[in-house]
Structures are given as structure tokens and as C-alpha cells.
Design a protein around this ligand. Structure first.
Ligand code: NAD
Length: 538
């Protein structure tokens, strides 16, 4: 077994040496768009070079913001929001519909840019394009239903009416990671914009181009000037400035940073939603459709080289089928094709950075040093790309190993046996996380197990796509995997301040003139006894 040879190339902020960085951008398939995309970034006081992870060549130099730049970006967004919030909802939904069509018309350039800045496979990049199309269609079609004023039950029948309105928060600050650089900023931005907000976005500095490409399509669809600001730069500095100026923060990233963001939002008493890390389990019951389960496990474990928040890192297989399932799974994992080209000719791309490679290598080395067995993979592949790592299966993983409980966020899966459904549920729930889970088996049995898993989304006879793509259903974390939800009604209403406007007719809710407080109280007691028979009670 080979173990993590030192990567041959290491370069700049991704850990690469400058000598191996080409300064040309002419070979980029999206070179003609770069100047326009740059123009969408708030001009910062500094500059930072951005490189391709799979070959170390330069993509472009982009502005990087200081705190004062972020404050200015918020001021522009705030003015634009006041006008935007007055535009009728139908104009906003029409814009998102046009954006939906533009995304599908420009899929090829979007796939190129996602692959170029992340090193992921084209199939994983396509998941992002499809996800934006799904979310834009869903929210364009459903925003009216979610945001229309709703009649609520008034305090007293006939004399009190109450209505709930959804007022925009104002300027939403968004902080996003590098792993899904197209879908994560945009699919949360769409409901925020539809709800009448402006946005100041800080994409991760390792992958800012995909969001810029999508925002340029939003501009083509009619997005007003200044409504969507992009600021780049250091995480704590620029992210901190976002939290200090925003009316609501939408954060996606690690649980550790999520706690810092939550504390800072708490100090300002502003709302926030956080989509955080996971250590997601898959359970394969002995009446599962094994071929489908195997394909599902491959996709859920190795999409985007495992750098997927909902990807599977713990695979529990019932002991009656373990010796059939695991050898077949191992063979399939050994057949996964690694590559770097901007086409669909391979299955898995490379990791994003030296830091990410170091983490994956560190987890695997630590596991092996403590007695884990490598069934497949286990090695870095600098012959393919500086940060490539093989899809890896481990057995005999124990509590002594860092990856037993810690999120690897790479292509590494641990295999375990279980004997009963109760045991599988207990093992799956034995984690501080609760983002995603997957259960394979006969439908009723798997559904019964699924409902007992402590996770925000559970896929029955699917790995992650069924719940992720069901955009009408909420998506988010239990336990340390998050606060709040994206998708569905929750994913748009969170960007509003619900306001109750209650109107009283004919009489006040108080004693009638000349009535004593005692008589009022006894009249109310009789009234309240009757009110219990009104429809709408539980
Ligand atoms: P990260 O927490 O290091 O960074 C996320 C973002 O926060 C980046 O833009 C970063 O610059 C910024 N940031 C860093 N420090 C900050 C600070 N002090 N204040 C404000 N912002 C700060 O996460 P990452 O390594 O980029 O992403 C990987 C993690 O994200 C994994 O744990 C993964 O599970 C999680 N993730 C979760 C979801 C989800 O939907 N639940 C989706 C994608 C990724």
C-alpha cells in the first residue's frame, strides 16, 4: 500500500510554488468573460491571484477588500434595496424565470468555470447547474404562495382580524465555501432577492468565479445595479465585516466557523441561518436492492471527491449481506476513473487545495497507524493532479482514529457491520452531526428506520440527491450541522420579518364603558369556554 507521497507541485495560497504557476490566462475557455466578471466585484484596496487546482496555472488576479470596502458595498446595496423592495413580486419572479433560461443556455461555460476553479469532475459540476435551474424554477413559481399576505386567526371572532405580511430583512450578508461555488451562493440568493432583499456576498477566495459567472447572468436577466454586491478577501476580516453590517446572515461552511458566526450575530441580535458540516451515515439493510445501493453508495461517497456536505463517510452494512456487498463495492471503487479534463471522460476530479489534501492524507494515515485496513485507494495521486487522492475504503475503524467522528470532507469511507435495525439506528445517530443520512432496504422497513435517524434530510433508497433536489422540502441540519433551513417555504420566509397587522372593529378588547373589571373577567371566562369550540383548534 502506497501512502501519501508528497505532492509534486505545491503553489501559493493553494500551496503551489510560484515557479510552477503559469501567468497566462489565454487558454481559459471563459477568458473572454473575465473582465466583465471582475467588474462585478466591489473594487478592493488589495489584489489576490487565483489559480487552477489541477495544474497550478493562473486564472486571474482579483480585487481583495478591506473592512471599509465592505462597508461601502453595504451602503450601495442598502440604497438599491429600497427601490427593489417596491417592485411588484411578479417583476422579481419574471427576472428569476429569465435567469433560469439563461443558466440552461450557458451551461457549457458554467461547467468550464466550476471545473477550472475547483478541479471537480464535469458530472459533479453539472449537479451545480442543474441545482440552480431547479431552485430558480421552484422559487419563481412558488414565491407568490410563500410571500402573499396570509389571513391569521384574530383574537376575538368577528371583531378582530389579523394578517401576516412578509417584510424583507434589508441587506442579507452571505458567506459561502468553495466546494459548491456556483450553487451555494446562488440558490440562497434567489429566495433572498425574491423576498425583496439586497445581497452582499463573500464567496470563498479559492473559488469566486462561478458565482460571478452566475451573477452576470442575473444582470443579463435584469438584476438592478448595486443590488448584488460581491466582496472578496480574508475570511475573518471580510466575513466579520459582513456580519457587522448585515440585517441577516446566511452562512454555509464548517461547524467551527459557524459557531464564530453565530456568536457574532448573537452580539448584534440579528438573525442568521447556518448550513454546516456532517459525518453522514448510510445504512444498507439486508433486503435492499443491492445493485442500486452499490451505485447509490458510489455516488454519495465520491461525488466531488467527497467534498460535499451531504456526502457519505460512514457506511453500515447488515452482517448478513456484508460479505456480498463489500467485495462488489470495493471492485466498483477500484474502477472509479480519476481525471482533470474539462469533459465527461472520467468520474472523479481532484481536491481543491494542499490544505484539503493534507487533511485527507492525515486522516487516512492516522487511521492506518491505529489499525484500520485499507480496502481500496488510500494514496495521493500527484501523477494525475497535485491534489488528487484515490477513492478510499477503510475497515476496522475505531474510536482511536480522528476520522471515526471527525468530518474528512474527502473521498474516504469507513465500513462497519451491524446486525439489527435498532443497532444501525443507534450507530448512525452516535455523532454530534445531523445533516444527511441514507437508508437502503424494502420501502416500508427503510422508511421506518429513516424516521428514527437524527438528521435534517434522510434519503430512502437514494444517497443524497432525492432530498437535495426536492426543493419544496426543507434542507438543513440537526445538532451541530446547522441552524435554519434552505429550500421550500422555510428557505424564503427566513429572509423576511413576518409582521402581524391586527385590526379591531366596533369594540376594544377591554371592559365596556361602565363594566367593572370583575364582570369583564367573568364574561371573558364564559366567552373563552365557548371559543374552544371554534374550528381550527387542535
Ligand atoms: P469554512 O468554515 O472554513 O469557510 C466557509 C466560509 O467562511 C468561507 O467563505 C470563509 O472565508 C469564511 N470564513 C472563515 N472564517 C470566518 C470568520 N471568522 N468569520 C466569517 N467568515 C469566515 O468552511 P470550508 O472549509 O470553506 O467549507 C467546508 C465546510 O463547509 C465543511 O465542513 C462542509 O461540510 C461545510 N458545508 C456545509 C454545507 C451545508 O449545506 N450544510 C454545504 C457546503 C459545505
Amino acid at each position: 500500500m502506497r501512502f501519501s507521497p508528497e505532492p509534486r507541485i505545491s503553489c501559493n495560497d493553494r500551496g503551489m510554488t510560484p515557479t510552477e504557476v503559469s501567468s497566462t490566462t489565454t487558454a481559459l475557455p471563459f477568458a473572454e468573460h473575465l473582465e466583465r466578471w471582475k467588474g462585478l466585484i466591489y473594487p478592493g484596496s488589495n489584489a489576490q491571484k487565483h489559480f487552477q487546482p489541477h495544474n497550478g496555472s493562473l486564472i486571474a488576479e482579483l480585487p481583495s477588500c478591506a473592512r471599509s470596502d465592505v462597508e461601502e458595498a453595504f451602503a450601495l446595496a442598502r440604497s438599491a434595496q429600497l427601490i427593489w423592495a417596491k417592485r411588484p413580486l411578479r417583476e422579481r419572479t419574471a427576472l428569476v424565470r429569465r435567469f433560469h433560461d439563461l443558466i440552461l443556455d450557458h451551461d457549457s461555460v458554467l461547467l468550464d468555470v466550476v471545473q477550472t476553479e475547483t478541479g471537480k469532475s464535469r458530472a459533479s459540476a453539472f449537479d451545480e447547474v442543474a441545482d440552480i435551474a431547479l431552485n430558480s424554477r421552484y422559487y419563481a413559481n412558488s414565491a407568490r404562495r410563500h410571500l402573499a399576505p396570509r389571513r391569521r386567526q384574530g383574537a376575538l371572532p368577528f371583531v378582530t382580524s389579523a394578517k401576516e405580511y412578509y417584510c424583507p430583512k434589508g441587506v442579507v450578508g452571505m458567506i459561502t465555501p468553495w466546494n459548491y461555488p456556483l450553487t451555494l451562493p446562488i440558490t440562497d440568493a434567489l429566495p433572498a432577492l425574491l423576498a425583496g432583499n439586497a445581497i452582499v456576498l463573500k464567496p470563498d477566495a479559492q473559488a469566486p468565479f462561478s458565482a460571478l459567472a452566475a451573477i452576470s447572468l442575473l444582470v443579463d436577466a435584469g438584476l438592478p445595479k448595486d443590488l448584488f454586491q460581491v466582496v472578496l478577501g480574508d475570511g475573518p476580516l471580510v466575513g466579520g465585516a459582513i456580519i457587522d453590517n448585515a440585517d441577516f446572515v446566511m452562512f454555509t461552511g464548517s461547524t467551527a466557523t459557524g459557531k464564530i458566526v453565530a456568536e457574532a450575530c448573537g452580539r448584534r441580535l440579528i438573525g442568521f441561518a447556518a448550513e454546516l458540516g456532517g459525518k453522514n451515515p448510510m445504512i444498507v439493510l439486508d433486503d435492499a436492492p443491492l445493485d442500486r445501493a452499490l451505485q447509490g453508495a458510489l455516488a454519495a461517497s465520491f461525488s466531488n471527491a467527497g467534498q460535499l456536505c451531504v456526502s457519505i463517510e460512514r457506511l453500515y452494512v447488515q452482517d448478513t449481506i456484508y460479505d456480498t456487498f463489500v467485495p462488489a463495492f470495493r471492485e466498483a471503487v477500484n474502477n472509479i476513473k480519476l481525471g482533470t479534463a474539462l469533459d465527461f471522460s472520467y468520474d472523479m476530479g481532484c481536491l481543491i487545495s494542499q490544505e484539503q489534501l493534507d487533511k485527507v492524507v492525515g486522516h487516512v494515515q492516522d487511521a492506518v497507524a491505529h489499525g484500520a485496513t485499507v480496502l481500496a485507494g488510500g494514496s495521493a495521486r500527484p501523477d494525475i493532479a497535485p491534489f488528487a487522492f484515490e477513492p478510499t475504503l477503510l475497515e476496522n475503524v475505531t474510536e482511536a482514529m480522528a476520522l471515526c467522528r471527525g468530518e474528512t470532507f474527502g473521498p474516504v469511507v469507513s465500513l462497519y457491520r451491524f446486525s439489527t435495525d435498532d443497532e444501525a439506528v443507534a450507530l448512525a445517530n452516535d455523532t454530534r452531526y445531523g445533516l444527511n443520512a441514507s437508508v437502503w432496504g424494502s420501502r416500508k422497513r427503510a422508511q421506518a428506520v429513516a424516521k428514527r435517524i437524527e438528521a435534517g434530510s434522510v434519503n430512502v433508497n437514494e444517497g443524497f440527491t432525492a432530498s437535495w433536489a426536492s426543493t419544496d422540502a426543507p434542507m438543513g441540519g440537526f445538532k451541530e450541522s446547522g441552524v435554519g433551513r434552505r429550500h421550500g417555504r422555510e428557505g424564503i420566509v427566513k429572509f423576511t420579518n413576518p409582521q402581524a397587522v391586527a385590526t379591531q372593529r366596533w369594540m376594544n378588547i377591554a371592559p365596556l364603558p361602565g363594566m367593572s373589571s370583575g364582570t369583564f373577567a367573568s364574561t371573558m371566562v364564559k366567552g373563552l369556554k365557548l371559543l374552544k369550540f371554534l374550528p381550527g383548534r387542535d
